[in-house]
Write a protein that binds this ligand. Structure first.
Ligand code: ADP
Ligand code: ZN
Length: 438
């Protein structure tokens, strides 16, 4: 920590006595269960199947009896099936990257927006952000929750917000210098790109006003943290969130950087064994599961994030009493996060299947060159295509490249390979090589 005061946004809640917090969670959980039972047919059905009624849930310990929710449920119930508030009370829609071809949306009542805003305000305060700060938000604005989420949080604090959205690094840096940005919000990979570009431009970080950054929406490592901190001479903090729980700010690190404080008065975190679905005690690694306990628009019970993580309830030096989560250690499913976009290998298969002459046999290699994720897809083509002229092969790979770009929003290097050259698998296929050293 760079010798700065450790600020707390909502001392009453963030430093709450744990027993009182558990009681509050229990109370809010009961209300949420009642709400979804009464308003969401899917939950009513699932609870009936499990033979439980809302009244059976008496305290936070009873959470283990509740049904899980998973991403496919959001897709199946798309768009409004999981809404637990009347549409006239919904004031906002946000969604998952959207570019993944699996649209999911969540609805917010005004109270939901306020809660999310509070979570982001708490997070930014952890980075030392206050009314005198200038916050540059370089997450994308739109359905993606990053941009608007951090924007709202910074506004709530009363900081000066610069809504840059992502991209145009040179301009980001010009603004950062000329306006005297003190807090940066973006993905860690973009943070690193900004830092390295500043270095390339020969700008001395000491001449900048920047003091901290909250970086999230994708996995990163201590190594990357060190690099960003050294290059920019700032505190670089990890912030976690997901659309299903509201957005960024579900948890965030304080300046002690010992894991992310979970906003437990709004969400209940659990770690489960992804195979048996049994809850695991603090300290053990497993799948992170969240239940919303204040959400009105789209409350979710035991939402399986597929993120691998560990929780601890050890007291943090900052004074907050909330449970902290480790850096995300990976995912239980095969979803990749490439440049912040969720990519499933099955989507690539689908793309290839839709192009005559391509086969579903492919190998995906993800790497990181400097701060940028790269994606290379080796595609096995049919004999017919392979025997074609060089020009038409080039053309063919261009078609695939464009299809990938329009479906995933990501550019990839396409390599066409001869028939039967990609290994076949007898068990689970392993089509993905992730060379990123996180
Ligand atoms: P999308 O990226 O599809 O818009 P979300 O933003 O809701 O959807 O993505 C949430 C996911 O992003 C999380 O489940 C997790 O895998 C990843 N994520 C978010 N923040 C972090 C973080 N700080 N560290 C690692 N992974 C993160
Ligand atoms: Zn702390």
């Amino acid at each position: 920590m760079r010798m700065r005061e450790c600020r707390i946004w909502d001392r009453e809640r963030e430093c709450m006595d744990r027993e009182a917090l558990r009681a509050l969670q229990g109370e809010r959980l009961c209300q949420t269960v009642k709400r979804v039972y009464d308003n969401v047919p899917m939950y009513r059905k699932r609870m009936q199947e499990k033979g439980i009624l809302p009244d059976d849930i008496q305290s936070v310990e009873d959470i283990r009896y509740l049904p899980f929710t998973d991403k496919p449920d959001l897709r199946d119930e798309f768009p409004y099936g999981l809404f637990a508030a009347p549409k006239h009370d919904i004031v906002r829609i946000q969604g998952s990257s959207g570019t993944t071809g699996m649209p999911i949306v969540v609805g917010y009542t005004q109270n939901d927006v306020d809660v999310w805003t509070e979570m982001a305000a708490r997070s930014l305060t952890m980075a030392g952000c206050g009314v005198d700060d200038i916050v540059q938000v370089c997450y994308g604005y739109g359905l993606f929750t990053g941009g608007l989420g951090m924007h709202q949080g910074a506004s709530r604090i009363g900081s000066m917000v610069i809504p840059m959205s992502s991209g145009n690094t040179s301009r980001q840096i010009d603004i950062l210098r000329s306006l005297g940005t003190t807090v940066l919000c973006c993905t860690p990979s973009y943070g690193l790109l900004i830092a390295e570009t500043i270095l390339e431009k020969g700008i001395d970080p000491k001449t900048l006003k920047l003091k901290a950054g909250t970086f999230g929406a994708e996995p990163w490592s201590e190594k990357i943290r060190e690099r960003i901190e050294t290059l920019l001479d700032i505190d670089a903090l990890d912030i976690y969130g997901l659309t299903e729980m509201g957005g960024p700010g579900v948890s965030c690190e304080c300046l002690f950087k010992q894991g992310m404080h979970v906003n437990e008065d709004h969400v209940i975190p659990e770690i489960i064994d992804p195979e048996t679905e049994e809850p695991l005690p603090y300290g053990e690694k497993g799948e992170l599961v969240f239940s919303t306990i204040t959400k009105e628009g789209t409350p979710l019970l035991r939402y399986r994030t597929h993120d691998l993580c560990r929780l601890t309830d050890a007291q943090c030096e900052c004074g907050r009493t909330t449970v902290r989560m480790d850096r995300i250690m990976g995912r239980t499913d095969d979803m990749l996060v490439i440049r912040g976009v969720n990519v499933f290998p099955s989507q690539i298969e689908n793309i290839l299947m839709s192009i005559p002459g391509a086969t579903p046999h492919f190998l995906l290699t993800v790497d990181r060159v400097g701060p940028t994720d790269t994606m290379e897809i080796q595609v096995e083509v049919t004999n017919e295509i392979f025997g074609d002229t060089v020009a038409s092969l080039q053309n063919f790979s261009k078609v695939i490249k464009e299809r990938v770009k329009s479906t995933l929003g990501l550019s990839a290097v396409i390599k066409l390979v001869p028939p039967k050259s990609i290994p076949r698998f007898e068990g689970k296929a392993r089509r993905v090589t992730d060379l990123r050293k996180l």
